[in-house]
Design a protein around this ligand. Structure first.
Ligand code: KIV
Ligand code: NA
Length: 277
């Protein structure tokens, strides 16, 4: 069993320890996050935007999620890996949800799946958890429904919105979810939900009162171009560093400075017989 699993993560909440989660979409980066001690990794369908260049998550397919999920799973010895169920891979019925969650587990080696929705998606959560697959729910601003929301906007506003969101969180717990992502939820409400629930809450744009935090890794590394949402913090300027490295390579190739003797095989390293013929 991994150092991070559903039991240890629940114990972290019980002890009041915060849980770290980042999104990840490839093996090399997963290894680094895993070695850094990140508790959970989310192979989010945000990869539709960050890795594939779409403007939203709706076009992402099950096959694509499986491909990325498999790469990340191979890089993680200790981090608990959650794989997002893409749009229309679970909404149709509990049977569809279970069949696809099963494929995702069998074909990738991840530790659990995530799907978006509250009370309305509980039959799916029940079906998947009954098969022994850990489910993370996702409430608040759920990007697969942005057409219905009229944009990527804060949810849970006002009395009715707050009551709705609290009910959603309670019902996904009741249906068997081991965790729930709270995305773009007013911080006081997210803190209240986190206190009321026994399962772990992972916040993004939901303030410091959640049991854990998640960020998209291109956002937190400073790779994302243009404006990022208010809740993003860039912990490094990796985008700038990459740009400088690419520019240096380009100019050294063109000037002939690269490759230098240090990057060139000596005569004896490469087939003297051929050269002496
Ligand atoms: O797809 C994703 O990256 C997500 C997180 C932002 C929670 O669902
Ligand atoms: Na997602």
């Amino acid at each position: 069993m991994k150092q991070n699993n559903v039991v240890t993560l629940a114990a972290m909440k019980a002890r009041g320890e915060k849980i770290s989660q980042l999104t990840c979409y490839d093996y090399s980066t997963a290894r680094l996050m895993d070695q850094a001690g990140i508790n959970m990794i989310l192979v989010g369908d945000s990869l539709g935007m960050t890795m594939q260049g779409y403007s939203d998550t709706l076009p992402v397919t099950l096959e694509e999620m499986i491909l990325y999920g498999r790469s990340v799973a191979r890089g993680c010895r200790n981090a608990f890996v959650v794989l997002d169920m893409p749009f229309m891979s679970y909404q149709v019925s509990p049977e569809q949800a279970l069949a696809n969650a099963g494929r995702m587990m069998k074909e990738t080696g991840v530790d659990g799946v995530k799907l978006e929705g509250g009370e309305g998606i509980c039959p799916q959560i029940r079906a998947i958890t009954a098969a022994g697959i850990p489910v993370c729910a996702h409430v608040g601003m759920t990007p697969q429904s942005y057409h219905a929301f009229g944009g990527f906007t804060v949810q849970g506003k006002g009395e009715a919105g707050a009551a709705r969101l609290l009910k959603d969180a309670l019902t996904v717990q009741e249906a068997g979810a081991f965790a729930v992502v709270l995305e773009c939820v007013p911080p006081k409400l997210a803190a209240l939900i986190s206190r009321k629930l026994d399962i772990i809450t992972i916040g993004i744009g939901a303030g410091g009162g959640c049991d854990g935090q998640v960020l998209v890794y291109q956002d937190m590394l400073g790779i994302t171009e243009g404006q990022t949402p208010k809740f993003v913090k860039a912990f490094a300027q990796v985008g700038q560093q990459m740009m400088e490295a690419f520019q240096a390579y380009d100019s050294q190739v063109k000037s002939g400075a690269f490759p230098a003797p240090a990057q060139t095989y000596a005569k004896s390293d490469c087939g003297d017989e051929v050269l002496n013929r």
